[in-house]
Structures are given as C-alpha cells and as structure tokens.
Design a protein around this ligand. Structure first.
Ligand code: UDP
Length: 570
C-alpha cells in the first residue's frame, strides 16, 4: 500500500521534459509513469543494493523523499534507466585511444556502446602518432589524430544515445603534440566535429614558457622524438584567438588535474568527460548527482543540518549506483569498481545566493559559495569514510600511495552543467548564474507568455514593484540593470550571466575549485561581444593562477548555437 504524501508540483517545462525523455513509455509512446512513480522506480532500484545492510529498512523512502522533493537529482541516465533492463546509470566515461589501428577502432566501438546507453565519452588523442609519420606495417604514413577524430565523430552521429540523448564527446590533445596547430583551428569550420567539444591539454611547462616568452618542444608520443619547437606565446595566442572567435578550443590544465589524482598508482589523467567537470582515468566511469542548493535557505540563512544530511545520503545513493549499474564493457566495469568515483555536485547556487541576498559576483557571494561547497565536501567525505567502515574502502585504496583516510570513493565531488536536471528542479544550472530573469515566450501567433524568474517575481510582488509593463521592459533589455523601478540592491542581486564580469565568473569557479571540488567544474565564462582577444588571454591566465582545471569561454553572439547548451538541451 502506498502512503499518501504531499504532492510535489513541477513546472510545465519540467513535465514536458520528463514526458519527452524520462518517463517509461508503452509501445504506442504513451507514458507509463509520472514523477512520483519514476522516483519510486529509481529509489527502489538503488536501495536494493543494501538489502543485506542493517539500515536497509526505510532507505528507499529516504532516497525517494530526497529526489521527489527535488533536494537532490541524480544524472539523467540514472533517472531514465534505473530499474530498467538497460540499467546503465552513468553520465561520464573516458576511453583510451591507443596508437594502433586496433586501439583506435576498439575505442570507437567502445564509445558506440557507451553512447547507446546514454553516456558521454572523453578521449585523449595525444597518444596517436602525428600526421605523416611512418607506419611500419603498411610502409605508408599516419593520418594523424584529427583524421581519426573525424571517424569518432561520424560514428557518434550515427548512434543517437539510447534514443534519448545525442552523443557527446570530449576530444583532447596535449599542447606539446606535433599536430597541435591543426587541432586548435579544427573547429573553426563550425560544421565539422559537431559531436565533439575540443580542448587543449595545457601543461605547467607550457604556461611557464608563455610567461617567459620561450619556445617549447613538440614531441612525437610514439617515440619521444622532439619534432620541432614553437614559441609558446604564438600557440597560446592562437588558442585565445580561436576561443575568442567561437568558444573553441577550451583549455584543460592537465597538471593541476594530475596533482589531485587520488590514485596515481593506477595511471594519469589524460581527458575529461564531454562537459569537462570530471577527470577520469582510462576506462573509468562516473555517476553524478546534484544537490539543489536553493532548497537549503531558511529564514535568510543556510540550513546546514539539512544540507549535511542530504550530502551524506546523496553519497550513499551515488555509491550504490555503482553496484546496480550495468556497465557497457567489462574494462569499464573493472576500473569503475576499483576506484568507485562519484560526482556529487550542486545546482541552484544562484538561487541560494539570491535568497541569502548576496550578489553572485561579489566577494561575499563567493565566500558563501565556498563555505557551502566546502561543507558539502566535508559531509560527503565523512559519509564515504563511514561507508568504507560498513562495506570496505574502494578496492584500489593503498596506504602506500594514498595518504588520506580510507574511504569508499576515490573522488567525491564535481560540479556538473545539470543541463536537464536543473530544468526538472526549476533552478539555475550547476554553479552558473541565471541567464535571464524575464523571458518572453511566443506561444501562438500573437500570444506571448511572460516567463519571470520565480524568486524575482516573489520579491517584486512583495516589495510592490511588480508590473507587467516592467517585466516586458526587463525582457526586452535582457537585464534588470538600469530600470529605475527596481531597487538598486535587487538589481545587483539579480545580475545575470552577461551582467557579471568575466573576472567575477572566473573567481567564482576558482573559489569553488579550491573549496571542496575534487574533480572539476563545468562553467562558462561569459564575455560581452565587445570583449577583445586580450580579455580572453587575461581570463585564461587568471583561471590558471586560481588553480582551475579547465576553462570554457563564450563571447556573446560568437556562435550560432553553443555546443554545451545544445548538448545539454538536446
Ligand atoms: N552528457 C551527455 N550527453 C548529453 C548531456 C550530457 O553525454 O546530451 C554527459 C556529459 O558527460 C556531461 C554529463 O552528462 O558532462 C553531465 O551533463 P548534465 O549535468 O548537463 O546532465 P543532466 O543529468 O542534467 O542531463
């Protein structure tokens, strides 16, 4: 018998998204589920893992409450597939690309199997020998990383991810690979490699050479030969110029990532998942989930106790997901079970800051964000240590290499884009500020619907400055700034992505990275269309100095559509 519970009201957008892609359907395409039964399916499947644990009783209900009331949402594949025959529950994978025909096409095959189940894949092409180098077996010449990347791209195009998500890939090339210049400009033609985000893996050595205006070596990965040297600044300027033009390539600070590698005994990081927030070793996968921070403000203060309880329960949930996951290939099952990485993230950071009445771009805003993230990380680690006592530490844990306390998961936190799950939860995505406060949606021919941010509407009505006329004006200007009817302090608090300076965006990413993010952060650094190449250069330099593990910049209007957004919302 099901108990009757207070109903969670979802927005129309959330219901539409769920109906289209999350609810299980019958043969005619009619939904067989609603939000409540979906949450029951997911929580029951994930709780089942603990059938033999002393605290099994009530665990499914606790998971259910956390998900149903939108306090925490697991990544899309878990919502879609938990408790179904497909049963693949992770969003992120990294697959190695070995320098051989067999290696390359094995990787394409494995990637196809991952995409089929709704996962995204990251590949480093850095091990492939450069274009035109010798191929012994055929006495011919190698066609190089980019020509193979095109084959990966074509394969992805053909396999739509489980029919519910399109294939998403990250393609990485080290800055010291001989084909780097070709890679940097590869996506200038926006019709090519459309299933990829491309990122250059930048080393500390390279950044030093940029600062000191020195040359650096390009090395053939197949034999260690130095092929040529390039002036680091020229290469850096090229990356900056292309990113300024259309946002790609992104940059990944690979040495910063490897300094935080919690299992160096198993190998090095070479690539991230498609949106950049999760560094993984070859064949690792990771399941993600995000706490909806907007739910944790009570009387203008953070409700630490409830937040801590959610973070701990979320770790239990994500850790269980590993054990009820159907992995697409045995190598992934083996690696994932060895390190048991999970990606606990946040969403609705902006909703939280608004309720705390702190501007996103302010020092106080950053401090609050840092404090919350550090707290989530501390609670997550405590939960993981407790789980290790209960069920054993992650199998690769080895006191000789790992100086931290024995815990259940080699990595705990990362901040995801939450492209779709934030739509279900009706909050600002990941750690991003809102993109707009009022939007006009054209419904029918002449019917226009005003979509007003829920927090802004509540405050504007309570303080008596709400009017349809004002909302129209805000929608048209695209900002709350400069409208005399809106009190100055609310203008500051409701600044959106484009009203926040690139420096403030990066500083937010930097403090979050330093305070509680194990892996990395998916974040867009928004620049106005008037930004110069110099602004992009300064942004990259600052991100590097602040210890970010990667950066994505986007200059307003520089692309017809943004891949990250398209990926997230497709
Ligand atoms: N991802 C993917 N395809 C998509 C969207 C996302 O493969 O269409 C993967 C990718 O690895 C990304 C991760 O899922 O980094 C998390 O993305 P997001 O948080 O937007 O997913 P959500 O759970 O909100 O759908």
């Amino acid at each position: 018998m099901t108990r009757s519970i207070p109903k969670q009201q979802l927005t129309d957008t959330a219901e539409t998204v769920l109906e289209r892609r999350y609810y299980l359907k019958d043969a005619e395409g009619k939904p067989l589920e609603n939000w409540e039964t979906l949450c029951r399916r997911v929580s029951n499947a994930v709780a089942q893992v603990d059938l033999d644990q002393p605290d099994y009783e009530g665990l499914a209900d606790r998971f259910f409450t956390m998900i149903y009331y939108l306090d925490f949402l697991p990544n899309s594949p878990c919502l879609m597939n938990a408790g179904t025959d497909l049963g693949q529950l992770s969003a992120c994978f990294v697959l190695p690309v070995e320098d051989s025909m067999d290696g390359i096409f094995t990787s394409i095959r494995n990637g196809a199997l991952v995409h089929k189940t709704g996962g995204g894949t990251g590949y480093s092409f850095s091990r492939l020998r450069p274009k035109n180098s010798a191929v012994q077996s055929t006495q011919g010449v190698a066609s190089g990383p980019l020509s193979f990347a095109a084959v990966f791209d074509a394969a992805t195009e053909t396999i739509k991810q489980g029919g519910k998500r399109r294939g998403a890939n990250m393609g990485v090339l080290r800055v010291d690979h001989p084909d780097i210049l070709e890679f940097i400009v590869a996506k200038q033609d926006q019709t090519r490699y459309t299933n990829f985000n491309f990122s250059v893996a930048i080393t500390d050595l390279f950044m030093e050479a940029v600062k000191n205006d020195q040359e650096y070596d390009l090395i053939d990965p197949s034999n260690g030969d130095i092929i040529r040297t390039l002036r680091a600044r020229e290469v850096f300027d090229k990356i900056v110029d292309l990113a300024w033009h259309n946002g790609e390539p992104g940059v990944l600070f690979i040495d910063a990532a490897n300094r935080d590698n919690t299992t160096p005994q198993l190998g090095k990081f070479e690539a991230t998942n498609p949106c950049g927030e999760q560094w993984l070793l070859p064949y690792e996968s990771c399941n993600l989930g995000s706490i909806n921070l907007g739910q944790y403000v009570k009387n203008g203060k953070v409700d630490w106790e409830r937040l801590g309880a959610t973070a701990r329960l979320a770790v239990r949930f994500l850790d269980n997901v590993i054990d009820c996951n159907r992995f697409p290939i045995p190598e992934i099952a083996e690696m994932t079970q060895k390190t048991r990485k999970v990606g606990l993230g946040i969403m609705g950071l902006h909703d939280m800051l608004i309720q705390l009445e702190l501007p996103y771009g302010s020092e106080e805003g950053r401090q609050a964000a840092a404090e919350v993230m550090a707290f989530v990380r501390t609670e997550a680690e405590a939960a993981s240590i407790e789980l290790a006592t209960m069920k054993g530490p992650f199998p690769a844990y080895d006191e000789r290499f790992n100086t931290y306390p024995a815990r259940r998961n080699a990595a705990l936190t990362s901040i995801q884009p939450t492209g779709t799950v934030s739509m279900i939860a009706d909050c600002a995505s990941g750690c991003e500020p809102y993109f707009s406060i009022v939007m006009i949606k054209n419904v029918m021919d002449n019917d226009r619907l005003l979509m007003v941010n829920k927090l802004f509407e509540r405050i504007a009505r309570a303080e008596g400055f709400y009017s349809a006329e004002l909302m129209e004006k805000v929608a048209k200007s695209g900002t709350v700034i400069g409208h005399a009817a809106i009190p100055k302090r609310w203008q500051e608090i409701f600044r959106t992505a484009q009203d926040i300076s690139p420096e403030q965006h990066i500083r937010m990413q930097g403090v979050l990275q330093k305070n509680g993010v194990d892996s990395s952060i998916s974040k867009t650094i928004n620049l106005p269309s008037s930004a110069t190449q110099d602004d992009v250069r300064t942004a990259y330099m600052l991100g590097f100095e602040l210890g970010c593990k990667g950066l994505t910049v986007y200059r307003d209007g520089s692309r017809d559509h943004q891949v990250l957004n398209t990926v997230a919302s497709s």
